[in-house]
Design a protein around this ligand. Structure first.
Ligand SMILES: CC(C)(COP(=O)(O)OP(=O)(O)OC[C@H]1O[C@@H](n2cnc3c(N)ncnc32)[C@H](O)[C@@H]1OP(=O)(O)O)[C@@H](O)C(=O)NCCC(=O)NCCS
Length: 138
């Protein structure tokens, strides 16, 4: 598996593995902005994009994993772990945050497996599905 900075030529592959992008124009627009912004990484296996992640610094100027998606067929093979590990290596702040819905048990399990600490809950973003924040001191 290779983890590398996403290029313009990866955009269509990123969209094709992102189940939300298939139906959501706003997500596709985000991807078109994230990639040239230089803050997107991709995981590549046998020449194919199998996952991507986005690191931003817009959350109180701290590193924040704004997006992490692994292609359905490539899950539970360490791709999510590899993407987050790479972000931990390149993150410019000492603190790294991310968040996920309370309903997202796979992401919570991944956070636990990578020793992230719970860092608070924000209600009222998604109706009836609070946002759980996580933190790691790098
Ligand atoms: C959450 C997600 C990124 C995890 O990626 P992944 O590549 O499958 O994760 P990994 O293979 O690195 O998993 C590492 C560990 O996390 C835990 N884990 C990950 N997915 C899990 C699941 N579905 N159930 C239970 N534990 C899970 C396990 O401890 C796993 O280790 P193991 O496979 O040796 O048991 C992936 O499920 C995904 O893309 N989901 C849809 C998008 C999403 O929810 N993104 C989160 C951002 S809000």
């Amino acid at each position: 598996m290779k983890i590398t900075k996403a290029k313009q030529s990866h955009i269509e592959a990123i969209i094709s593995i992102d189940h939300v992008a298939a139906q959501d124009e706003k997500r596709r627009q985000d991807i078109y902005e994230w990639v040239p912004g230089g803050n997107t990484i991709v995981a590549i296996v046998d020449g194919a994009v199998v996952g991507y992640a986005v690191l931003e610094y817009t959350f109180f100027s701290q590193g924040f994993i704004a997006m992490l998606i692994v292609a359905e067929a490539s899950r539970r093979k360490g791709v999510g772990t590899a993407l987050i590990s790479h972000i931990e290596d390149i993150c410019k702040t000492e603190k790294l945050f991310t968040s996920t819905n309370e309903s997202n048990k796979p992401m919570q399990a991944l956070m636990q497996s990578m020793s992230y600490e719970p860092s608070g809950v924000v209600h009222n973003l998604d109706e009836g599905d609070p946002e759980l924040f996580y933190f790691k001191k790098l």
